[in-house]
Structures are given as structure tokens and as C-alpha cells.
Design a protein around this ligand. Structure first.
Ligand code: UD1
Length: 369
């Protein structure tokens, strides 16, 4: 029996691991062990995804919680190392680790595994923004440096890994596993009455999410964004599920009540997968700084105005529906108008974003373990 340590920690990991665990059910000689670091621990950021996506209860929960980057990463590193050694001593050592994405849990788990010579498969490998001001870029670089099987969601991932000198035979373009989840959940999601709940009509509202430090930690950037959103909401109402760090900053900069009191803006707590997909899949436009949402909007064919200077997912701009706006309020205004007048570009869905990425991933992981 091949034992796999499958790591999740934060919200964007859950929709990636769900189809992978499901696909492993067809492999009798593979035993995936689900380890949740607890980087995200709230019902709204964690538990609801397990329920809605029918992810099995974690075999092991480390309950690490929040902290500075160093604290969080170090706590996960220590806990995973302890766990790997305990399992090894009990004769239940892992034959491989599977990590997804680019969060602190991905990096810390990979580092612990690499030092104990447990091979690591990285799902969503090779993505690069070339912007080391983003914590996720550091996480991606280190995770890929220490992995030995690289599973890529878009062709630039393959190109970057080859340029970094990784062996071609271990780099595979498998497609986008998050889109497996999106396609499998779309019907269930759209059958919900979320639009009615937020009093918006299909094709006539904007879904906003913001949580990157570059947008929400600066008072100037966040107040400019708030102003442009309030202005644009007069023509297109906004549904804005607010990430905990964003709520904290809006409050600190005294912007929260301004948004809350605007009748064209519906602020909510972070939403579950189904409610959120129900909203995004029927929106006129999405304004976001999320990596995953750039990809989901491309798969859905919904215009996405990305509040970032760069992206590690360039296919969503070159082929998909995303445009990079930075935190330029004027440019946001301009593109919102383009969308409202139906002058915005049409996108196409990239190769292998077809709902079958998990099948390709588990095949390669089983073969290489
Ligand atoms: C993390 C990921 C980011 C991902 C995002 C999705 C890293 C470096 N960042 O960022 O790539 O896009 O998740 O949400 O790993 N908090 C809660 N409840 C929770 C968890 C966090 O209230 O369950 C609050 C805490 O105040 C915490 C803050 O949110 O300090 C930030 O959480 P953290 O996991 O450090 O980073 P995210 O900004 O969520």
C-alpha cells in the first residue's frame, strides 16, 4: 500500500484537494491521508468547504491557526516534521506528499517532507508572478525547488520549471484541478437562491473580493478602491463578501461604515462555495485580487478585472477574461464602463481545464510513487 500525505491548510486548497481525493478512490493500492494544518480554521473559511464539497473529515488536524508569516510557517513545519517522524517510527511512513497551491501550509509541509526525504508532488507547479513582494511567490519558488514531481495548470508553469533546470520528464501539464470542482458543482450552485437573497438579478451585478496586502493594507489604496466601487455601484450593484483581514483594515481605516451604508453595495461575510459560485457564475463582472478567481472567471467566461500589477496566471489575461488593473482606480472605472457597454473582450477556456485534471494528477502520482 502506498501512503500519501495530502496537505491542506487554507481556503483555496480545499477546492483543489477535493477532486484529487475522489479520484484516488479508484486506486486500491493508494491510501491518501488528509492532513489539515488549520491555517484557516473558521466555519466560513474552512468547515463549509468540507461539507459542501464532501471532502472527508481530515485524518489529522494540526490546528496551527494564525500568526505572522514566520510564526505560522514555523509552527506548521514543526508540527508536520513531528507527524512524519511519528508515522515513520510506527511503521506507517509516507511514500509521498501531495501539496497544492502556494499558501504558507504548502511551503512549510514541503520543507518538512524534503528534509525527511519524503518525495513531494506539487499540484499547480511552476506559476510565477516574478514579484517577490507577494508571499505566495516565495512559497511557489521554495515549494517547486524542493518537489520532485511538478503538475502544471498552464503552459507557462512548464516553461518556468524547465528554465529553472527541473527535469522535463517530471514536469506535466495536467490542467486546472480547481476547474474540476467548479464544473462538478455548477448545477448545484446555480440552483440556490443566493441572487434573491442579495437582491440582484442575473447578469446585472458586480462580485468584488479583495484580500491581498498590496490592496488592503494601504489606507490610500483601499480608500481609492472604496471610492471607485461606491461610484460604480450606482450603475451596477455590488455583492462584496469580505475576507477577515479586509474587514479588519476597512474598519481600521474607517471605510467600513461608508460601504455598509451604501444601498447599492451588499457586504457579507465570506461565503461558502455554492453561494459564491452561484453569484460569480451569473455576474456581469468580477473585481478581485484572488488568484483562483482569475481562473474561475476565465472558465465561466465572465469578465474579471484583476486588482493586481502582475499575475502568476498569465493565461487568464492572454486567453481568458481577465485584465490586470493594478490598483489604478481610473483604469478600473474605464474597464467597468467597457463591461457595462458590452465592449469587453471575450475569452476562451485553456486546454485541459476540462474537469478531468484530477484523473491525470492521480494517474501520475500513483505511477511515480
Ligand atoms: C491565505 C493565503 C493566500 C490565499 C488566502 C485565501 C498565505 C501566505 N496566504 O491568505 O494565498 O489567497 O489565504 O483566503 O498562505 N483569519 C480568520 N479566520 C481564519 C483564518 C484567518 O479570521 O480561519 C484571519 C486572521 O486574522 C489572520 C488573517 O485572517 O491573521 C489572515 O489569514 P492568513 O491565513 O494568514 O492569510 P490570508 O490572508 O487568509
Amino acid at each position: 500500500m502506498k501512503r500519501l500525505a495530502c496537505i491542506v491548510g487554507a481556503r483555496p486548497n480545499f477546492m483543489k484537494i477535493a477532486p484529487i481525493l475522489r479520484a484516488f478512490r479508484n486506486y486500491e493500492d493508494v491510501q491518501p491521508v488528509l492532513i489539515h494544518t488549520g491555517q484557516h480554521y473558521d466555519q466560513a473559511l474552512s468547515d463549509i468547504f468540507f461539507q459542501e464539497l464532501q471532502i472527508p473529515h481530515p485524518d489529522i488536524s494540526l490546528a496551527i491557526g494564525s500568526g505572522s508569516h514566520a510564526q505560522q510557517t514555523a509552527n506548521i513545519l514543526v508540527a508536520i516534521e513531528r507527524l512524519l517522524i511519528e508515522k515513520l517510527d510506527a511503521g506507517l511512513g509516507f511514500d509521498r506528499m501531495v501539496v497544492v497551491g502556494d499558501v504558507n501550509s504548502t511551503l512549510a509541509a514541503t520543507l518538512a517532507a524534503a528534509k525527511l526525504r519524503v518525495p513531494v508532488a506539487h499540484v499547480e507547479a511552476g506559476l510565477r508572478s516574478f514579484d517577490r513582494a507577494m508571499p505566495e511567490e516565495i512559497n511557489r519558488l521554495v515549494t517547486d525547488a524542493l518537489s520532485d514531481l511538478w503538475l502544471c495548470s498552464e503552459p507557462t508553469g512548464v516553461q518556468h520549471l524547465i528554465a529553472e533546470g527541473k527535469p522535463k520528464s517530471s514536469i506535466h501539464l495536467v490542467g486546472n484541478v480547481m476547474i474540476d470542482t467548479l464544473l462538478s458543482q455548477l448545477d448545484v450552485a446555480r440552483s440556490r437562491d443566493t441572487l434573491k437573497h442579495y437582491d440582484v438579478i442575473p447578469g446585472n451585478y458586480n462580485v468584488v473580493t479583495l484580500h491581498r496586502p498590496s490592496n488592503v493594507d494601504s489606507k490610500l489604496a483601499l480608500s481609492e478602491l472604496t471610492d471607485v466601487l461606491i461610484r460604480s455601484a450606482r450603475t451596477l450593484p455590488i455583492v462584496f463578501p469580505v475576507h477577515p483581514r479586509t474587514r479588519l483594515k476597512l474598519n481600521e481605516f474607517e471605510l467600513l461604515s461608508k460601504l455598509e451604508s451604501d444601498r447599492n453595495i451588499r457586504l457579507t461575510n465570506p461565503l461558502g462555495y455554492h453561494d459564491f459560485l452561484c453569484l460569480t457564475s451569473q455576474a456581469k463582472v468580477i473585481v478581485t485580487d484572488s488568484g483562483g478567481l482569475q481562473e474561475e472567471s476565465t472558465a465561466l467566461g465572465i469578465p474579471c478585472l484583476t486588482m493586481r500589477e502582475n499575475t502568476e496566471r498569465p493565461i487568464t489575461v492572454e486567453m481568458g477574461t481577465s485584465t490586470l488593473i493594478g490598483n489604478d482606480a481610473e483604469m478600473l472605472d474605464y474597464y467597468l464602463q467597457q463591461v457595462i457597454c458590452d465592449k469587453y473582450k471575450q475569452g476562451k477556456c485553456p486546454e485541459f481545464w476540462d474537469g478531468k485534471a484530477a484523473l491525470r494528477i492521480v494517474h501520475l502520482v500513483a505511477e511515480c510513487t
